[in-house]
Design a protein around this ligand. Sequence first.
Ligand SMILES: Nc1ncnc2c1ncn2[C@@H]1O[C@H](COP(=O)(O)OP(=O)(O)OP(=O)(O)O)[C@@H](O)[C@H]1O
Ligand SMILES: Nc1ncnc2c1ncn2[C@@H]1O[C@H](COP(=O)(O)OP(=O)(O)OP(=O)(O)O)[C@@H](O)[C@H]1O
Ligand SMILES: [Mg+2]
Ligand SMILES: [Mg+2]
Lengths: 257, 257
Amino acid sequence: MSRIVAIANQKGGVGKTTTAINLAACLAAMNYRTLLIDLDPQGNASTGVGWRRDSGTPTTYDLLGGELSLDAAASPTVVDLLSVVPANTDLAGAEVELVEYGDGREIILRDLLRPAMNAWDYIIIDCPPSLGMLTINAFTASDSILIPVQAEYYALEGLARLLDTINLVKRSTNRSLRIEGLVLTMHDARNNLSRQVEAEVREHFPQATYTTVIPRNVRLSEAPSFGEPIITYDVTSRGARSYIDLAREFVVRDRGE
Amino acid sequence: MSRIVAIANQKGGVGKTTTAINLAACLAAMNYRTLLIDLDPQGNASTGVGWRRDSGTPTTYDLLGGELSLDAAASPTVVDLLSVVPANTDLAGAEVELVEYGDGREIILRDLLRPAMNAWDYIIIDCPPSLGMLTINAFTASDSILIPVQAEYYALEGLARLLDTINLVKRSTNRSLRIEGLVLTMHDARNNLSRQVEAEVREHFPQATYTTVIPRNVRLSEAPSFGEPIITYDVTSRGARSYIDLAREFVVRDRGE
Ligand SMILES: Nc1ncnc2c1ncn2[C@@H]1O[C@H](COP(=O)(O)OP(=O)(O)OP(=O)(O)O)[C@@H](O)[C@H]1O
Ligand SMILES: Nc1ncnc2c1ncn2[C@@H]1O[C@H](COP(=O)(O)OP(=O)(O)OP(=O)(O)O)[C@@H](O)[C@H]1O
Ligand SMILES: [Mg+2]
Ligand SMILES: [Mg+2]
């Protein structure tokens, strides 16, 4: 009963990487075998779980090249049961190469993940801030998409386009694709704008919007500089508690447990 | 003495659009004829100066198509002396079309701006969160690049790759390209991480880092929902004062006045 979930939103800086890392780490802590795939040439998810660029281990670019199995591309992390397929700047080349590839360019990642996915309970894919070929590959490969929505005005603007793109993929290369849910991030309960954005998102997406809200919490932005997810960096923080709640809600919505 | 300046950083959510809008608006308020070009398919800079998608006026996609002069593509905004070439989701198609265009794909925007730039004192280009063909076109067309750096750990990670890309363009399609400067954004003086990132940026780029620092200020994130830059939304706010200081420092660095 493996599941592949993409964390995506073309708006920049909304908490995709922070959600991908911490959801994946919490799922591993709940004893689910979890693989985090960094599909962003920025490589933030990779450094956020302690991967070092000079380690020489395989990357997502190597995986997309087709010479490596998923198992061979995965590296261990600081968290038991959490592995990562890391990214570096080579991956930026893949975006252009994928566009020039022509027919079948959308299904490359899917064909690499599907045969090997049963080694994990969850595969979490961190997407770059765009709707280009890397993100389209993630949508085609995934069972569902989790959408972080920053509690800010601009974050609302892009949702319609994101949903259109998801529907496009659903009609063409991935009929069973669905929306895992929307998660409000960097929420500040004292701030009017935050409350307004939350109200608007819950009104438009009453079922899909997660009950769990991720608050703005400085410990979440400190953790990556130590190469650690929040549950190993500071498990007592509000940031850690909110991602533990998120992982629990995610599993209940997914498995009904 | 017209100047074309790109506001760029592939890291998402670092304050590119907020800086592009408010620097451009402040330059217009200082009596410089200013054109804001939205080169991001998200279109945040366009809505941030009050442009409405249903207005039917020309967009950046129309400009890139070559059938419109720069003058014809520019629309007035809520601020005197500030015009905008707005973007909508059509522009997302341009990224793929530019890649497939082949030879000369990097100089399309430059060849559209250069002959017409003298109608403005400053042209400010808001870039998307990527180093793809739209951003490369902006680098090739610009005199200089202003780099917003969010006072967060991940924002430091991407700087090396951004500077490499700038140098690549400088060696190939735009020999006179230079770095206008680095501007710290969303800075919170009470927060250790903010102070550490600032110290690190000033150490690595002592000359290029602007003295003016943009503080985190909720009024800046409220203004776009009213379609206004900060100087018309709330000129008394810390956000407005910091962007007025930024515009003043920008002009002094650029013109020595
Ligand atoms: N809940 C939070 N509280 C405080 N800071 C946060 C929170 N979530 C994320 N951050 C910080 O905000 C910044 C943006 O978050 P992040 O990098 O995860 O977003 P992203 O959507 O992955 O960005 P990109 O679009 O560049 O991929 C980072 O510096 C991160 O550490
Ligand atoms: N100094 C500030 N204080 C508070 N909020 C800010 C500040 N600057 C920007 N913001 C808010 O932070 C969010 C990110 O800023 P902005 O959209 O300008 O970044 P960007 O780099 O253009 O993002 P993208 O990578 O998606 O283009 C927006 O919601 C914006 O309103
Ligand atoms: Mg990210
Ligand atoms: Mg922007």
